[in-house]
Design a protein around this ligand. Structure first.
Ligand SMILES: N[C@@H](CCC(=O)N[C@@H](CS)C(=O)NCC(=O)O)C(=O)O
Length: 262
């Protein structure tokens, strides 16, 4: 019995849903409203002390941290496999998940809130905004959130956040020179963990960054053609929210382009 606490657009939720779908696993869904602050609810924080999604519950065992959840799914439900059979391949796969967890995911928070979510947040009262920021337990995330709410794309965090994405795309372009997937010729946890971040760039109208790298662009198309993408990602995309993200992304594209090329 699997239960997933998640959010329709959250990158970390998408990567776990992708692996669940690749493995044909069904789950009871608990969708959290992050804008309403449901991740801070007392009952939820007992499951996930970081106040974040996703959380997977398997037969009563609570699992947090999306990369580790995916590794758990691979261990607990090995067939079909989403990992290379050999040690070197698994190491290469984990280099991708480490890059995403270490650099790209924190950067996704910066660019998403600076461009996509900020206009919605600014509709709240200053007291409501401050309460939401204060509820973030991790001091680094709290400081970054405040900065992007205050300054949008002019926040000092933007340049290095975009740099993490550009480095990810460059690494993808290099890795895909002689293979169809990020590690070898089969879908793995590496593809599951990178896809949501390529998609986030696309949702924020930064698609030219992907298209400038033809192998990464072809990979993006290839992953989007998979049944798992349709089931686990596309089916959850709230089009009005993405339309708003794209409009806001286009409005700041000149700033973004300037930061990327400077
Ligand atoms: N390291 C965590 C990060 C989870 C995370 O940051 N989740 C975001 C959504 S992708 C979240 O729940 N944010 C809530 C908030 O910003 O208040 C994981 O991989 O599970």
């Amino acid at each position: 019995m699997l239960e997933l606490y998640h959010h329709f657009l959250s990158t970390c939720s998408q990567k776990v849903r992708l692996v669940l779908a690749e493995k044909g696993l069904t789950y009871e869904s608990h969708m959290l409203d992050l804008m309403a602050g449901e991740q801070h609810a007392e009952e939820y924080v007992k499951l996930n002390p970081g106040h974040v999604v996703p959380t997977l519950v398997h037969d009563g065992r609570v699992l947090i941290e999306s990369t580790l959840i995916n590794e758990y799914l691979e261990d607990a439900f090995p067939d079909p496999s989403c990992a290379p059979a050999d040690a070197a391949g698994r190491h290469a796969m984990r280099l991708w998940t480490k890059r995403i967890d270490g650099q790209v995911h924190p950067s996704a928070g910066v660019i998403t809130f600076a461009i996509g979510t900020r206009p919605m947040i600014l509709q709240k009262t200053p007291e409501e905004i401050e309460a939401q920021v204060q509820a973030i337990p991790d001091p680094a995330r709290r400081a970054a959130r405040r900065s992007v709410i205050d300054h949008g794309v002019k926040a000092p965090e933007m340049k290095s956040a975009l740099g993490a994405f550009v480095a990810m795309l460059d690494a993808m372009e290099a890795a895909l020179a002689d293979q169809a997937f990020l590690v070898g010729d089969a879908f793995s946890l590496a593809d599951a963990c990178v896809l949501p971040y390529a998609l986030r760039l696309d949702h924020l109208a930064m698609t030219p960054l992907i298209d400038a790298r033809p192998r990464a662009a072809a990979w993006f198309t290839r992953i989007k053609e998979r049944a798992s993408y349709q089931e686990a990602v596309a089916a959850f995309v709230p089009q009005p929210v993405v339309d708003a993200f794209q409009a806001q992304g286009k409005a700041v594209w000149a700033d973004v382009e300037g930061l990327v090329s400077s």
